[in-house]
Write a protein of this length. Structure first.
Length: 199
């Protein structure tokens, strides 16, 4: 059974995988994301996920399967990552409230010397027409400053998402059905990664 490694610092990704019965080791790549470019948001997240997975895989010996991920919100022709601070998050929400964006998550699986495969999963997100008071209350929590697109559906931001079209896990940061499909394409199953692990 290969060792399963998550090349991501995202607590939400780790928690999603744990709740789904896996216990990956976390190794953060520390990739400079600003140095990576691509022609579209969908391509960019796949490229970033691949770079992160490759960096972590290059540090490891033995039989490992490394998962790299990256998420960005595509809105009105722009790519939005983590706002970084409360005011930037508030400005972001003033743009997206009452409108629709697409959350793209890149997934890259690497088993060094055996395979490398990558895919982008996209989920359409409908944002509620939130008030200034709601924006102030939400951004004051600090949550939207630290997540792609300045929102969550599984946390404090769930109140302000009116609808999604697609995989909800993808919005959290990792698409479980697509990850399962990627494994199956390489003749692996979730059981090969330790499912069902107990916390």
């Amino acid at each position: 059974m290969p060792q399963f490694v998550l090349a991501s610092a995202s607590p939400a990704r780790l928690e999603t995988l744990r709740r789904a019965g896996l216990q990956p080791q976390v190794i953060v790549s520390d990739v400079d994301e600003s140095a990576v470019s691509a022609p579209s948001t969908a391509d960019l997240v796949k490229t970033l996920a691949t770079v992160k997975a490759r960096v972590v895989a290059s540090r490891l010996d033995g039989d490992v399967v490394v998962l790299g991920c990256d998420s960005l919100l595509e809105f009105d022709g722009e790519s939005f990552g983590k706002p970084g601070d409360q005011e930037s998050a508030a400005q972001r929400w003033r743009k997206i409230r009452g409108k629709v964006g697409v959350l793209h998550t890149g997934h890259c699986l690497i088993r060094p010397g055996v395979f490398e495969t990558a895919r982008t999963v996209s989920t359409t997100v409908h944002f509620a027409a939130v008030s200034e008071d709601e924006i102030a209350a939400y951004t004051a929590t600090g949550e939207p400053s630290q997540v792609a697109g300045a929102f969550t559906i599984d946390g404090l931001g769930g109140w302000f998402i009116s609808k999604i079209e697609g995989d909800p896990h993808n919005v959290v940061g990792v698409s479980l059905p697509v990850l399962r499909d990627m494994l199956r394409e390489q003749r692996l199953t979730v059981m090969d990664l330790g499912y069902p692990a107990t916390p």
